[in-house]
Design a protein around this ligand. Structure first.
Ligand SMILES: *Cc1c(COP(=O)(O)O)cnc(C)c1O
Length: 360
């Protein structure tokens, strides 16, 4: 048994909707705790899956995911050799940690952020250096991050927009930061929610790949594309680093059904645009509401909103008893709510206002 594993606790996944219903005696549950797509899946994906040829199930899938690879390469305007696919971004995060981290290495991680970066670093015996975000704005504290760099630093994780805060980091700020990071350190930018960013012509840090060999850009089909069940994510990075990752990748990690679903989802950009637009309208309403009731929140560019409230567990219980499951436990007095559809948001906001005695 690896010593590093003995110290770890396994990730507690979302309970299934049926488990939660049973536990709380609910007939209805709207799961808004995992940032899944509130607008479902593209109907084109559903049709393609219904027409899928299952009679070839005795064959292994295409281990290189060639068809999907070509589509993604075209869409991102990168070379096919720059892409590594994973069973969700979760798998990419584990591959990156496995390839680039040794015992005693260090990774720099903003706090709070997505928990998988830390977990996977610890599996490899690496030391996690957490740097708090600016509590007022939610922005990254680049200056402090730079002071934490040592000769053992191997990876700096950046989540943009950040989960759980939803705060977006402008690419110019990232560029200024990366220029000051030694080139032997990887800067990995997780863009799981990038499609939800509005008001910018180019939100992605993808153009930085041309400037820096030590940058990787990560994407997933789980959120804006509404395909969480199919587990498809990928990273774009230099072909040299991509090759290292290919050596540890499981040969047939993506099954054919997942490859098909992701390819069709990628083609249906109209669906993504619609999701982005509807989400932005509802996100604005949440922010207006939180301002009105006087709860501190971070300006979100994602499909969730993060706010602070005293006794947040009691409010989460109240929401749950009304059928709304939200994310708790990230910080003692915070909740993260995936932005739902219009009607659900109104109901949740009424419950919160009532809880705070602030109904109009
Ligand atoms: C949801 C999420 C992921 C995981 O995505 P999968 O592709 O479903 O594994 C990765 N990073 C962040 C920041 C996320 O919120």
């Amino acid at each position: 048994m690896k010593e590093t594993i003995k110290k770890l606790q396994s990730y507690i996944p979302e309970e299934t909707i049926n488990q939660v219903k049973k536990k709380y005696h609910l007939s209805y549950i709207n799961r808004l705790s995992a940032n899944e797509n509130s607008y479902g899946t593209s109907p084109k994906v559903v049709t393609a899956l219904q027409n899928f040829d299952f009679s070839k199930s005795n064959f292994y899938p295409d281990g290189y995911a060639q068809e999907l690879r070509t589509k993604v390469a075209n869409q991102m305007q990168v070379d096919e050799k720059n892409i590594v696919f994973g069973v969700g971004l979760d798998e990419i995060i584990s591959y990156l940690s496995r390839v680039f981290l040794e015992k005693g290495d260090e990774v720099i991680i903003p706090q709070p952020t997505f928990s998988e970066y830390k977990l996977n670093a610890e599996v490899e015996g690496a030391k996690v250096i957490s740097v708090s975000i600016d509590k007022l704005t939610g922005r990254y504290d680049y200056e402090t991050m730079l002071t934490k760099i040592t000769s053992r630093t191997k990876i700096i994780w950046i989540c943009n927009p950040n989960n759980p805060t939803g705060v977006y980091e402008p690419v110019a700020a990232l560029e200024r930061f990366i220029k000051q990071v030694p080139q032997n350190i990887l800067v990995l930018i997780d863009e799981a929610y990038i499609q939800f960013v509005t008001g910018l012509k180019e939100a992605s840090a993808l153009p930085l790949l041309k400037e820096f060999d030590n940058v990787g850009i990560m994407r997933t089909f789980s959120k804006a594309y509404g395909l969480a069940n199919f587990r498809v994510g990928f990273i774009v990075l230099s072909s040299k680093l991509a090759e290292y990752m290919q050596t540890v990748r499981l040969p047939y990690n993506l099954n054919s059904l997942s490859q098909k679903a992701a390819g069709v989802a990628l083609d249906d950009q109209a669906f993504v645009k619609q999701v982005q637009a509807k989400n932005a309208i509802e996100r604005d309403k949440w922010q207006t509401f939180l301002k009105r009731v006087g709860l501190k929140y971070y300006p979100s560019q994602a499909n969730f909103i993060y706010f602070y409230v005293d006794n947040s567990a009691a409010l989460a219980d109240k929401l749950l008893s009304n059928g709304f499951q939200v994310r708790r436990g990230l910080e003692p007095t915070s909740l993260r709510i995936t932005i739902g559809k219009a009607e659900a948001n109104v109901r949740m906001q009424n419950i919160i206002a009532q809880y705070l005695n602030k109904l109009d």
